[in-house]
Write a protein that binds this ligand. Sequence first.
Ligand SMILES: [Zn+2]
Length: 274
Amino acid sequence: MPPPPDPTPVDNSLRREACPLCGATVSAVGVMQLPPAIQFSTHWISLRRPPELWRCEKCGSAFTQNAIPEEVALGLYGKGDGGARWSSHAPFEATKTREAIDALRRLVRHGVRLLDVGCNTGELLDHARFLGAATTGVEPSDASRAAAVARGHRVERSLSEATGPFDVITAFDVLEHVYDVPAMLAEVAAKLSPGGRFVALTGDITCAEAKRAGAGWWYVQCPEHVVFPTLAALGAARLHRRAGGHHLRRRGPRAPAAAPRLAHALRPLPLRRP
Ligand SMILES: [Zn+2]
């Protein structure tokens, strides 16, 4: 779809003085080069100032400087058609990495209570239900939520509305959209059952490709992606403190056959309670 001549101007004045993951000192990586009209969900918008990529000097996480404020972003997600923007006509298995699929297959069996954060129109939930799970989703897009509900899943607008506990919580290609990742992880931990697992999939800002490309790394995807946490930062996030002893397990990157452009960039991050 070609961009319209009159995209809606959107404020992108959110600046952070400290790392959104660990609170340490941050410095600029570079200015993002964007066309005058860009998409946010299914909205065509223009930004008032050039967004920049910044990096934490302590934990190595990166984030967007001059981001769209969270309440504005939530409004845009809510009224956007997530199913059209991030549509997947391919089966769920074809759109995620091998590790993500394998993690789900290992963790989900009959009777498992699964929560998928950012469930869009419900492809992962369908897959989990096929494996025997009782499914709940969280999805801010009204249109996507309605589609997932029509497929028979319980779906809430926000994580705080999802009533736990859950045995498995997934967040695939979601963390990079989240403005306060430590707060989200704490909420996830509070909703996990004893022995429950959290599995996340997001871009790996420490991969060679990201280091080479800087602000031009394909996964930066302004304006929706606002943060790129390192494994170290996620490990240090207070998921542990709230739930007592979660830890991260690290896996190497793999490219799913149907999406080779994801090579090197995505890494599943299973968090588990020992
Ligand atoms: Zn940091």
